[in-house]
Design a binder for this molecule. Structure first.
Ligand SMILES: Cc1cc2nc3c(=O)[nH]c(=O)nc-3n(C[C@H](O)[C@H](O)[C@H](O)COP(=O)(O)O)c2cc1C
Length: 115
């Protein structure tokens, strides 16, 4: 997967999307959610930004990542949607919820053992 995503990232031809958002003109606010691949915005998301006119719209980006933050993704969005108003991105480590659950469960088990 990582090698495939890297090839896609380096390719001069952006990958086509299986579907486009028809009638994007009628939306004023667009939430754009994406994983981070190779410390960057995945190539299909770049295709989306390049093929849909987001001028004058408010773009609300949010990301999930495995370990290392959002990399160059916010900057790429700014480059590819130069005429959109882009809000501060929200990002979350993808297994944050699982980590929290594991920690809380371990704490409660330990507390119960001490009762
Ligand atoms: C091809 C590929 C490349 C990835 N590269 C990164 C990376 O550079 N940094 C990072 O923190 N996470 C990386 N990840 C982890 C994804 O960001 C993580 O799987 C995703 O945010 C969770 O969404 P998903 O459930 O749709 O995979 C990568 C995942 C894939 C599949």
């Amino acid at each position: 997967m990582v090698a495939w995503a890297s090839r896609m990232r380096e390719s001069a031809t952006p990958p086509p999307l299986a579907e486009n958002v028809s009638g994007i003109a009628k939306y004023n606010i667009v939430f754009l959610g994406s994983p981070i691949w190779g410390m960057a915005l995945p190539a299909p998301v770049r295709t989306f930004l390049s093929t849909h006119d987001l001028s004058g719209k408010t773009l609300v980006p949010f990301f999930t990542y495995g370990c290392c933050g959002t990399g160059s993704a916010p900057e790429t969005i700014t480059k590819l949607a130069p005429r959109a108003r882009i809000l501060e991105p929200f990002s979350l480590k993808c297994d944050q919820e699982r980590d929290t659950l594991t920690s809380v469960t371990a704490w409660l088990r330990s507390a119960r053992a001490q009762l």
